[in-house]
Design a protein around this ligand. Structure first.
Ligand code: NAD
Length: 283
């Protein structure tokens, strides 16, 4: 068992959802916090809540899509505390819609926030982390980092990248005491999907149904356990575990499922009468 008490933790995206819940759990376990977000009001609320749990907590505005802002943050935390023991790369955005409709600007921003930022934070903080005992990097990925999905190509790419980065980091530095976890939850009840830019077809329901959702607090509880036990990969929620199992051992079944839904949709499209088909072609 590792320890969290009296450790310094940096959490990105701590203003809401999973990041906020992990920050508050870390505070409860006795860590001091350096919290980052672009949502300043929400961030201030998390800082206040962490302080009320007895933690020393500092909040800082940082847009993690901007490399100079990340460097300024890592310098600030090194100046203040000499580095961090626990790095939680959590800030993330998504895009739901046809990949063909996604703008390259949004794709770049998504990759910058979800993948490049965790890599930059890790690289800049790693030297100080390796000097500490039992330092830990917790990367908040997703079960879409283990299994591909329609209309989430950019998000899925970023999360596959984050899972790969976590695995490589663990392989490279595990012997020197660095713990690394890739946390891969299923759907969580947060702002992520509601605030995501969408493709043109707005008629589709983008928010996952309630029965698939869990709470950020449950994810945070599992994340803390993963740090204590230095677990490499945490897949949470039964359907996410099932999908991961299926992908590993029966990949053709998952592939068939994607194509089966396509065949169903094709069958559902009503045949046009001959006359209107002709008119349609003429138009
Ligand atoms: P959320 O929208 O509630 O929280 C994301 C936080 O990141 C927000 O506070 C937001 O202000 C912050 N953020 C966004 N862009 C930022 C930027 N450029 N710089 C700094 N901060 C920024 O969503 P969440 O669900 O709590 O997402 C947290 C992480 O969990 C993400 O990486 C997401 O991919 C992952 N995740 C979410 C789900 C889910 O279903 N909600 C499932 C699996 C994984």
């Amino acid at each position: 068992m590792r320890t969290i008490r009296k450790k310094i933790a940096l959490v990105t995206g701590a203003g809401s959802g999973i990041g906020r819940a992990i920050a508050l759990r870390l505070a409860q376990e006795g860590a001091d916090l350096f919290l980052i977000d672009i949502a300043e009001k929400e961030l201030a609320a998390t800082v206040a809540a962490a302080k009320s749990r007895g933690a020393c907590a500092v909040g800082r505005y940082c847009d993690v899509s901007q490399q100079p802002q990340i460097s300024a943050c890592t310098r600030a935390v090194i100046d203040r505390w000499g580095g961090v023991d626990i790095l939680v790369n959590n800030a993330g955005i998504t895009y739901y819609g046809d990949t063909a409709e996604m703008s390259i600007e949004h794709c770049e921003r998504l990759l910058a926030i979800n993948l490049h930022a965790p890599i930059q934070f890790t690289c800049e903080l790693l030297p100080s982390m390796l000097e500490r005992e039992e330092a830990h990097v917790l990367n908040v990925a997703s079960f879409f980092g283990l299994i591909g999905s329609r209309k989430l190509a950019a998000y899925t790419s970023s999360k596959f990248g984050l899972v790969g980065f976590s695995e490589s980091l663990r392989a490279e530095y595990g012997r020197r005491g660095l713990g690394v976890t890739a946390l891969c939850p299923g759907f969580v009840d947060t702002n992520l999907f509601a605030t995501a830019p969408r493709g043109k077809d707005l008629s589709e329901n983008k928010i996952p149904p309630g029965w698939l959702l869990t709470t950020p607090e449950k994810i945070a509880k599992r994340a803390i356990k993963a740090i204590y036990r230095n677990q490499a990969l945490v897949v949470q929620q039964p359907y996410a575990k099932l999908a991961h199992f299926g992908k590993r051992f029966f990949p053709s079944v998952i592939d068939w499922a994607h194509h089966a839904s396509r065949r169903r949709k094709k069958r559902a499209v009503p045949e046009l009468p001959e006359a209107s088909t002709t008119r349609h072609r003429a138009a």
